[in-house]
Design a protein around this ligand. Structure first.
Ligand SMILES: CC(=O)N[C@H]1[C@@H](OP(=O)(O)OP(=O)(O)OC[C@H]2O[C@@H](n3ccc(=O)[nH]c3=O)[C@H](O)[C@@H]2O)O[C@H](CO)[C@@H](O)[C@@H]1O
Length: 365
C-alpha cells in the first residue's frame, strides 16, 4: 500500500517506485491512498492504479476552529485506513509525504504492519517528522535530512523518480507530438507541479522575444493558471517554436529530450534534472517552509549544476537573458550537464525497494 499526495512532488516518486516494483515483480499488487482534492486524483488513475481517497486538511499556524476539524479528519482517516489495511493486507506500507501518508502510516504502524517513509526534501516535512517515531525505516533523498531523523532507521536512497527518468532516457520521443520539432534545441519551463504566477508573468513578457529565437520553448502554466495566462496573452501571436500548455503529461518520457529547464526548485524536479544532467535555471519558491527551495537550488548552484534567479529578481528580461545564455552556448550546457549528473541517484528506486524489504524482514525476526 502506498500513501502520498497533495502535490506532484509527493506523487511521482511513489509512481516511479511502483513502476520499478512491477517491472521486477510483475505480480505485485498496489493500492494507492490519496486525498480527495490533490493532484493524485488525476495522476494516479492515469497510471492505471487503484486509488482510494480520504478528506484531509492541514493545521493552521494560528489557533482556529479549523484545527479542530483537522484533528477530527485525521482521527477519522486513521479509522478508515485501519479498515482498508485489514481488507488489503499489504506486506509493507510506503508513505511519500502529505497529510494522507500521516494517517495511513500511523494506522499501519499501530497494527504492526511493516512501514517505510520516503522524504524527498533536505528540510524534513511535518508529516514525516511526526511519523519518524512510529515507522520501521526511513529513506532520504539528501544527506542533509539524515540528522533530522532517528539515525538507526535512515538510509540514503535518492528519489525513485530519478531512476524512472533514466530508465526512460532511451525511450524514443518526438516533439512533433507537442507541435514542436525534433533536432531543435528545446527549452522547457514550468513552475512546479501547480505552476507559479510570477514565472508565468515573466514568460508572458518574454514571449515576443522567444517567438524570434532559433530554439523552441514548451511552457506549462499549471492546470489552474492556464486561463489567466491565455488572457494575459490575448493579442500576442505565438510562433511555431513556442507552445503554451496547462500541464506537461508524460514528463518522464520528455525530460531527457530537453536541453535547458526553467523551474522551481522542488525536490522531485531536482532529482529528475540531476539524474539526467539537465542544465537548469532554478527560480525557488519563496513561499515554502524554511525557504527550503533556495537551499535546494543553492546546493546545485554551488556545484556548477544550475543557475538561480531569486523570485524578486525575476522579470521577462532576466529570464530571457538566462535562457539565451544557456540555449545559445552548447559548450556551457555540456559543462553544466556533467556537473549536474554527478549529483544524481540513478538507482534510487532499487535502493528504496531494498529498504522496503528491510522493513519486512524486521517483522519476520
Ligand atoms: C510549493 C511547494 O510547496 N512545493 C513543494 C512541492 O513541490 P511540487 O510538487 O510543486 O514540485 P516538485 O519539484 O517536488 O515536483 C514536481 C513534479 O511535477 C512534475 N511536473 C511538473 C509540471 C508539469 O507540467 N508536469 C509535470 O509532470 C515534475 O516533473 C515533477 O516530477 O513538494 C516538494 C516535495 O515535498 C517540495 O520540495 C516543494 O518545495
Amino acid at each position: 500500500m502506498v500513501a502520498g499526495g497533495g502535490t506532484g512532488g509527493h506523487i511521482y516518486p511513489a509512481l516511479a517506485l511502483i513502476e520499478r516494483l512491477k517491472q521486477i515483480e510483475p505480480t505485485t499488487q498496489v493500492l494507492y491512498i490519496g486525498t480527495t482534492r490533490g493532484l493524485e486524483n488525476k495522476i494516479v488513475p492515469q497510471a492505471g492504479l487503484e486509488l482510494r481517497t480520504m478528506e484531509m486538511q492541514g493545521f493552521k499556524r494560528s489557533l482556529s476552529v479549523s484545527n479542530l476539524k483537522t484533528i477530527y479528519l485525521f482521527l477519522k482517516s486513521v479509522q478508515t485506513a485501519k479498515k482498508w489495511l485489514k481488507e488489503f493486507q499489504p506486506d509493507v506500507v510506503l508513505g511519500t509525504g502529505g497529510y494522507v501518508s500521516g494517517a495511513v502510516l500511523y494506522a499501519a504502524a499501530k497494527m504492526g504492519i511493516p512501514t517505510v517513509i520516503h522524504e524527498q526534501n533536505s528540510v524534513v516535512g511535518v508529516t514525516n517528522k511526526f511519523l519518524s517515531k512510529y515507522v520501521d525505516e526511513i529513506a532520504i533523498s539528501f544527506q542533509a535530512a539524515r540528522s533530522q531523523f532517528p539515525s538507526d532507521k535512515v538510509t540514503l536512497t535518492g528519489n525513485p523518480r530519478a531512476q524512472q527518468v533514466v530508465m526512460h532516457e532511451q525511450t524514443a520521443y518526438s516533439w512533433t507530438a507537442d507541435g514542436l520539432q525534433d533536432q531543435v534545441p528545446t527549452l522547457m519551463i514550468f513552475g512546479g507541479s501547480q505552476g507559479a504566477p510570477k514565472i508565468n508573468q515573466s514568460v508572458v513578457e518574454a514571449i515576443p522575444e522567444f517567438n524570434q529565437r532559433h530554439y523552441q520553448v514548451i511552457f506549462a502554466t499549471g492546470q489552474k493558471r492556464y486561463d489567466q495566462v491565455k488572457q494575459d496573452l490575448a493579442g500576442v501571436t505565438l510562433s511555431n517554436n513556442v507552445k503554451v500548455v496547462p500541464y506537461i503529461e508524460d514528463m518522464q518520457k520528455k525530460l531527457s529530450h530537453v536541453d535547458v529547464l526553467v523551474s522551481r526548485a522542488g525536490a522531485t524536479t531536482i532529482a529528475e534534472v540531476t539524474a539526467l544532467g539537465i542544465p537548469t535555471i532554478m527560480i525557488p519558491s519563496p513561499y515554502v517552509t524554511a525557504n527550503h527551495q533556495v537551499k535546494n537550488a543553492q546546493a546545485l548552484v554551488d556545484q556548477g549544476a544550475a543557475e538561480m534567479i531569486l523570485e524578486d529578481q525575476l522579470t521577462g528580461k532576466s529570464l530571457l537573458d538566462a535562457a539565451d545564455r544557456l540555449m545559445l552556448d552548447e559548450r556551457l550546457r555540456r559543462q553544466m550537464a556533467g556537473k549536474s549528473a554527478k549529483l544524481g541517484h540513478p538507482k534510487a528506486a532499487d535502493e528504496l525497494i531494498t529498504v522496503l524489504n528491510q522493513a519486512i524482514q524486521k517483522h519476520q525476526k
